[in-house]
Design a protein around this ligand. Structure first.
Ligand code: CU1
Length: 178
């Protein structure tokens, strides 16, 4: 009886973890593999991303060499004015949660770096916009084939969930001493 209760608890925890993953908040590594440095064009990088509420930005760099300052306005961003920075970070692995819709500005506070282009402007959109944008509108043209291509993506999601579920359970159960 005791064991099955704990097993149930473990299952609930696993399901909760799966649900959180299903919500799919995206972690944006700023600059991609280049990280946060002076040689990356962050305007170009930002154009390749969709920033939604609930997502996070991760600034990766060598601590001491760079830092991250959040700026309060477009003017401060344009003029690289970090003197009024609201949120300064310097760990080299700085995580910023995008908690609401709007524009946010970041710059490196090391002298000369921002004017060299080490600054980032992020436009955060509502979260549900992102999830609905993946509807396969282009698939409707392929009407010649009898199989329905639209259902394949959702079926895959369910199948992969079923596939990974036992793996996750077997990984979590030992944590509960089962
Ligand atoms: Cu810098």
């Amino acid at each position: 009886m005791e064991v099955s209760k704990r097993r149930l608890l473990a299952m609930v925890v696993v399901l909760m973890v799966c649900n959180i993953k299903e919500g799919s908040a995206t972690k944006h590594i700023v600059g991609g593999s280049d990280g946060w440095d002076e040689s990356t064009d962050y305007d170009s990088w930002a154009k390749t991303q969709t920033f939604a509420v609930g997502d996070t930005l991760v600034f990766k760099y060598t601590p001491g060499l760079h830092n991250v300052a959040e700026l309060g306005s477009e003017n401060e961003y344009k003029s690289c004015d970090t003197s009024n920075a609201a949120n300064s970070m310097s760990t080299g692995n700085d995580v910023v949660k995008l908690d609401k819709v709007g524009t946010r500005y970041f710059a490196c506070g090391t002298s000369g770096h921002c004017s060299a282009g080490m600054k980032l402007k992020v436009n955060v959109v509502a979260a549900d916009k992102q999830s609905s944008s993946s509807s396969p509108t282009s698939d409707s043209s392929s009407s010649s084939s009898s199989s329905s291509p639209t259902s394949s993506s959702s079926t895959f999601g369910v199948l992969s969930g079923l596939y990974f579920f036992p793996l996750i359970v077997s990984a979590v159960l030992p944590m509960f001493g089962l």
